[in-house]
Design a protein around this ligand. Structure first.
Ligand code: SF4
Length: 261
């Protein structure tokens, strides 16, 4: 989209009703992805994030940049989806943080569901989970599923990793499970930061209490794309990643569907 922006995405909502917004701030799109939800997906990366994660692989998408350079209309995004549609299972909105622009996501997903040629596509969100419950309840009628990052169950470690508390993240996981829309919880492992065995045991128990059959993706940190950090962030070894997955799998009463990458 070019020219003057006349319709800005709404601010991050608290209690306000979420209305559809026809223009979003988009960092980029990829026509085919097999790592952003089930099947082959068109993925839209929104610009702007409410976290500032030390391990972020796309730090250029963190600043909110509400200008014409990033502005895209729903129709412009749909044009790309239509070109790829014959090969797609669905569409995923990622980030930055997708829930920072809920009005745009709502308008986009409604437009997909209303289009006879696109309505079969599932609409997913990849999110850090830090948003009010109204975001999920508003999106529910058009949402196929959500992938939620749980950086750490421990609130202080979570804050050290992201700059923010984790209460909304935990609430989002509970809410999405209750809605039947929790597709996957993603656990990023940072060696020496959030991989303590006792912490992982507690994490497994917390998740199992919500859904003992939950789909978990355990992701070892890799420094590709991440900003330099002092002291340097440490990628877990394959043995450490496997040990973490084994600990989660051993959670009493749980039969998690665990994917380790
Ligand atoms: S939530 Fe995701 S996009 Fe936002 S700072 Fe963290 S890793 Fe980066």
């Amino acid at each position: 989209m070019t020219g003057t922006v006349t319709s800005a995405p709404q601010a991050h909502p608290q209690d306000a009703a979420i209305e559809p917004v026809g223009v979003g701030f988009v960092a980029g799109t990829i026509p085919f992805s097999v790592v952003d939800g089930p099947g082959n997906r068109f993925t839209i990366f929104l610009q702007g994030c409410n976290f500032d994660c030390v391990a972020c692989h796309n730090p250029q998408t963190i600043p909110s940049a509400e200008g014409a350079h990033f502005a895209r209309t729903v129709d412009e995004v749909l044009a790309g989806v239509r070109r790829a549609a014959p090969f797609l299972s669905g569409v995923t909105v990622s980030g930055g943080e997708a829930t920072q622009q809920p009005g745009f996501v709502l308008a986009l997903f409604r437009a997909i569901k209303a289009d006879p040629t696109l309505g079969r596509l599932t609409c997913f969100i990849d999110s850090n989970g830090a948003c009010p419950p109204a975001v999920w309840s508003t999106l529910d009628p058009v949402l196929g599923g959500a992938m939620i990052d749980l950086k750490c169950l421990d609130p202080e470690i979570h804050r050290s990793m992201t700059g923010e508390p984790n209460d909304e993240v935990l609430a989002s996981i509970r809410q999405l499970q209750a809605m039947g829309k929790l597709y996957e919880v993603r656990l990023l492992l940072l060696a020496g930061v959030n991989d303590d065995p006792e912490l992982l045991r507690r994490t497994g128990e917390w998740l199992a209490a919500i859904d003992p059959h939950m789909r978990l993706k355990v992701i070892g940190f890799r420094d590709h794309g991440a900003r330099p950090h002092d002291p340097p962030l440490v990628a877990p070894t394959s043995e450490q990643r496997e040990a973490a997955a084994d600990l989660l799998a051993a959670t009493p009463g749980a039969a998690f569907d665990i994917c380790l990458i």
